[in-house]
Design a protein around this ligand. Structure first.
Ligand code: 5AD
Ligand code: SF4
Length: 475
């Protein structure tokens, strides 16, 4: 069995996506770029920033890789498998280059940062290598690469937040958008390569965030997800002393106040940073979705310490209790790593039992993958045999499947106000929507005149492990 990843956002690619905005399509450009994104939501949001910079420089998007003068691949380094996928894609692109000599191929994102000019020197697979904080230099680097020079910029920054750049909403459904509120990460979790590839944590100017959210709302968007590696540590102190500093709870409230018709979500929370202030703010505003993604990583205090997560099993469980007290109807999901260095059967049982205790609605589950340069790679041996890692992952996945089904069964008979995202994939006579708890809800359109982006109340009649099924409740 391959590594089982249940996360749509972490390891899934969406291809040739820089096409969406219709006006961009209608515009005529002489040169075209094609971009493919891998990894987390932050990477997809970054590709929208890149598309904006490229558009300013006179490049139009294309969906068809054969029509491109420039091919970009926005990469992820979180697990080895993600890097292998990118290498395979690059080998494919190299073939295109043989047919079209002027074609330029660029690597963006975390893998560019991790491998730096190695890409140009050793592998000769690419013409440009650009790290996550260097996208403003793209137009200049493209010119350099076109002139046959080596084009590399992997400088990390302590300030860059791309605050003034309006992302070009690529591959958008016109209803939901991601808004990046901070970059980088200061938590040195021992397994994680992110602090090395995305640099130090910095928060974006709140004014520019609110402006972006207001514009989205005016343009018909009805759901915004505030993004950061660790959103709860958002903190912005203005250089003007008369303006008080803005915390994540303050920011959340400001975005929620744009309109009650605008849903607000956020991701990702570190258990150590999510505060009562944030939970109270969530409770006060109906349009802040009652859903928290709260990565646990392991249920064993001993392993958590080796992971440098800074909390114990008991502390995490108390945090979940607190969420359930202040927000009784809150959905909770987790990230879990299985087979971390020295993990034994007792540790594994602790993970299974914490999952049961927390009753996760869903989880994203991964086999530990050693990443060069991380604290774990330097200090601990990756000593859990592959077959044991796989068996433990299977057990974790079965546990989650059971919990997801039970969670959905508890919703039968309840009514939810949901946001219509579009047609259900399986049946065009049905809508697909999402409730506040981030669960997918499908229901027959019947004779109602609802459309994408509308809110509607649905009573749940049935479910599977992954979906709630219901019917519209007449208003
Ligand atoms: N191996 C496996 N999973 C990892 N993650 C981060 N680093 C690794 C690694 N080296 C997982 C964590 C994190 C999610 C984004 O990816 O669970 O929360
Ligand atoms: Fe990686 Fe930990 Fe930062 Fe998440 S919080 S990005 S797991 S270092």
């Amino acid at each position: 069995m391959e590594e089982l990843i249940l996360d749509k956002t972490q390891d899934e690619t969406r291809q040739g996506e820089a096409y969406a905005t219709t006006d961009l399509f209608q515009k005529k450009f002489e040169r075209h770029f094609y971009i493919e994104s891998y990894g987390c939501q932050m990477n997809f949001a970054d590709s929208e920033v890149v598309a904006s910079i490229l558009q300013e420089a006179g490049f139009g998007p294309t969906r068809n890789v054969e029509d491109a003068d420039l091919i970009f691949i926005n990469t992820c380094s979180i697990r080895e498998k993600a890097e292998q996928t990118v290498r395979k894609r690059l080998t494919n692109f190299k073939r295109l280059k043989r047919q079209k000599k002027s074609l330029l191929i660029g690597v963006l994102g975390c893998m560019a940062e991790r491998l730096k000019s190695k890409f140009l020197e050793e592998e000769k697979l690419v013409d440009l290598v650009i790290g996550p904080d260097a996208y403003r230099s793209l137009p200049h680097l493209i010119e350099e690469a076109a002139g046959g020079q080596k084009a590399v910029n992997v400088l990390l920054s302590r300030e860059e937040t791309y605050a003034d750049i309006s992302p070009v909403r690529i591959d958008s459904n016109g209803i939901s958008a991601f808004v990046s509120i901070m970059r980088g990460c200061n938590n040195m979790c021992s397994f994680c390569v992110v602090p090395f590839t995305r640099g130090r944590e910095r928060s974006r100017d709140p004014q520019s965030i609110i402006q972006e959210c207001e514009d989205l709302y005016k343009n018909g968007y009805r759901e915004i997800t505030l993004l950061g590696q660790n959103v709860d540590s958002y903190y912005y102190a203005s250089s003007f002393e008369s303006f008080p500093p803005i915390t994540f709870a303050n920011l959340l409230e400001k975005v929620a106040q744009i309109s009650p018709e605008l849903l607000v979500r956020f991701s990702t929370s570190h258990p150590k940073d999510i505060s009562d202030e944030v939970l109270h703010t969530m409770a006060m505003h109906e349009n802040i979705c009652k859903y928290i993604h709260l990565p646990v990583q392991s249920g064993s205090s001993r392993v958590l310490q080796l992971m440098n997560r800074t909390y114990t099993r008991e502390w995490y469980m108390a945090k979940v209790d607190r969420i359930r007290t202040l927000l009784p109807d809150c959905g909770i999901s987790a990230d879990i790593i299985t087979g971390f260095c020295t993990e034994d059967e007792k540790d594994h049982q602790d993970t299974l039992s914490i999952m049961e205790y927390c009753k996760y609605d869903f989880s994203y589950m991964f086999i530990y993958s050693e990443r060069p340069g991380t604290l774990a790679a330097r200090r601990y041996a990756d000593d859990v045999p592959e077959d044991i890692k796989k068996r433990r992952l299977e057990e974790i996945v079965s546990m989650q499947n059971k919990l997801s089904l039970e969670s959905n069964q508890r919703d039968i008979g309840k009514s939810y106000k949901v946001l219509i995202e579009g047609d259900s994939k399986k049946n065009k006579e049905e809508w697909k929507a999402r409730n506040s708890q981030n669960k997918v809800v499908v229901f027959p359109k019947e004779n109602y005149t609802y459309k994408k982006g509308d809110f509607v109340t649905v009573k749940i009649a049935d479910c599977t492990q992954g979906t709630l099924k219901g019917n519209i409740v007449a208003n």
